[in-house]
Design a protein. Structure first.
Length: 166
């Protein structure tokens, strides 16, 4: 059987159409996967920032709430470094929990009051979270302004009201 001359050209056009359609499908699929990967990457970054910020301020405010009894929460210092100090009486001994920024970390140290005179006690604290800044300011009537700047995420400013002082 002989082919007509026009049929050969039509088969090439059909093949090119199918290849072009496949190319458009492949490019669309690649674009969709790339877009999805970028959305996922941004979502993970936002979740990490949120987690870091919420963990930082939740930890500090929960410590304040746990220790909020008369005259037990104050802004002080530990070896010259500003610290949030929680004092607790146990029998005849007085113990302090210090929250302070040292070496890029929010640290917590629990020790007897004034038992570290003349020693560098700052590295002994337990690392809690990496932070760039941790500032405290007494405002008025038992209100403390705390600013935490996490290593990842945005700075967070919180106001904690000491209920025992109200």
């Amino acid at each position: 059987m002989k082919q007509k001359q026009g049929e050969s050209g039509r088969h090439i056009v059909d093949i090119l159409f199918v290849l072009a359609l496949f190319g458009v499908f492949a490019a669309s699929a690649l674009m969709l996967v790339t877009l999805g990967a970028n959305v996922y990457k941004q979502t993970v970054a936002d979740m990490t920032d949120n987690f870091t910020e919420r963990t930082a301020y939740s930890y500090v405010t929960e410590k304040i709430r746990q220790n909020d009894t008369a005259d037990t929460v104050e802004i002080g210092e530990l070896n010259g470094v500003p610290a949030l100090v929680f004092t607790k009486q146990s029998g005849e001994e007085t113990f302090c929990t210090y929250l302070y920024l040292y070496d890029g970390y929010l640290k917590e140290l629990y020790t007897r009051k004034n038992s570290f005179a003349g020693t560098d006690i700052l590295p002994a604290g337990q690392n809690i979270l990496p932070l760039n800044a941790f500032t405290m300011e007494a405002c008025r009537n038992g209100l403390i302004k705390l600013t935490l700047e996490p290593e990842i995420g945005n700075p967070v400013t919180i106001y904690a009201a000491l209920r025992s002082d109200l």
